[in-house]
Design a protein around this ligand. Structure first.
Ligand SMILES: *Cc1c(COP(=O)(O)O)cnc(C)c1O
Length: 359
């Protein structure tokens, strides 16, 4: 068995310990004589799995009691619609567009009401985070929306926007659990888990309870109402049961690593290795404004497309997978989520140094 260093942006690397544990429990989950995949989501064993997952997530993030935690399906993309359907009471929302995912969310919201683009970094290919300290927030906006870490471009909000009292809604798909967060600053936090937490198929929504009401846009399907899932503890219908089980294992793994403060320190050190190399390199350079750099997604280029392609190919042969940049931007991108070991990044930097010497 040879595991590669997988720099995929998502679905992405998972902790090896978690995968091993899941493998051990595959045929007989703790004496039940069956796999979690085969288990009723109404069984005692499964109830314990989902309850513990929620409790561990609450502990890791310090989620206040007046926030609900939901394990849903449909990916982050379904939230692009579910958010306006549930929160756009005045049919007005303000969007900060810092990349393709934020833009998609903004376009989706426009199907349901007046979506205002109140800031954007489109003018410079989303290579920075705009100043959000004094934005023209609409007086009747139901919420202000951000994509907190821009997976494709490698930027991250280091300071949250001043929403002037409006609830902040954040897509944290690619920075979920990478560092501590003050949940109380948000109205709703959500993310697909396939970037930093678990297997594709689960999306986690953390929502302040006063935002969950019966009052949703007309025609909102039962399945797309937050209240449906809040009232049923994410068990209204069959949840993505196996995926939630793996997420639960990752939460325990994170607790074992010392929680989110420790993860942040580890991630800063890891990203620092790559950024320091890029800053000193005569061949490679980063594409993002320094102060807005993501700890999770590190895009870089040589400035020569042929050389970029050569690098990706040789890196793959050396056991560094999925370094090709997003199809819309080209170049390279190393996604270095929680489960990417320090060693993977050190080896990548050494490989880049060697490539630089040879080219
Ligand atoms: C990957 C990603 C999405 C899309 O997620 P799906 O689960 O495929 O819908 C949305 N937002 C961000 C920030 C992402 O990284």
């Amino acid at each position: 068995m040879a595991r590669v260093y997988n720099f995929s942006a998502g679905p992405a690397v998972l902790p090896e310990e978690v995968l091993r544990e899941a493998a051990e429990e595959m045929l007989d989950y703790r004496g039940t004589g069956m796999s979690v995949m085969e288990m009723s989501h109404r069984s005692k064993a499964y109830e314990t799995i989902i309850k513990e997952a929620e409790a561990d997530l609450r502990e890791l993030m310090g989620i206040p009691d007046n926030y609900k935690v939901l394990f849903l399906q449909g990916g982050a993309s379904q939230q692009f619609a579910m958010i306006p359907m549930n929160l756009m009471k005045n049919r007005v929302a303000d969007y900060i567009v810092t990349g393709q995912w934020a833009r998609k969310a903004y376009q989706e919201a426009a199907l349901y009401g007046k979506a205002n683009k109140i800031a954007s970094s489109e003018d410079e290919t989303f290579s920075y985070i705009p100043d959000c300290s004094d934005l023209p927030v609409s007086p009747d906006a139901d919420y202000v929306y951000i994509c907190e870490n821009n997976t494709i471009y490698g930027t991250k909000f280091k300071t949250l926007p001043d929403t002037k009292g409006k609830p902040l809604v954040a897509d944290v798909s690619s920075c979920f659990l990478s560092e501590p967060v003050d949940v109380a600053k948000y109205g709703l936090i959500y993310g697909g888990v396939q970037k930093n937490i678990g297997p594709a198929g689960v999306v986690i929504v953390i929502v302040r309870e006063d935002l969950v009401t019966e009052e949703v846009l007309p025609g909102t399907p039962t399945m797309l109402r937050y209240k449906t899932h809040v009232d049923n503890n994410s068990l209204y219908n069959t949840p993505p049961a196996y995926g939630i089980y793996i997420c639960g294992k990752v939460f325990k793994w994170l607790k074992g690593k010392g929680g989110l403060e420790a993860m942040k320190a580890y991630n800063e050190k890891k990203a620092g290795i790559l950024y320091d190399f890029l800053d000193g390199s005569s061949l490679f350079h980063g594409t993002v404004r320094r102060e807005d750099r993501s700890l999770m997604n590190v895009p870089f280029v040589t400035g020569n497309q042929e050389l970029d392609a050569k690098f990706v190919k040789e890196a793959k042969e050396a056991g560094f997978e999925n370094l090709k940049g997003h199809r819309s931007v080209g170049g390279m991108r190393a996604s270095i989520y929680n489960a990417m070991p320090m060693e993977g990044v050190e080896k990548l930097a050494a490989f880049m140094k060697d490539f630089e010497k040879r080219n």
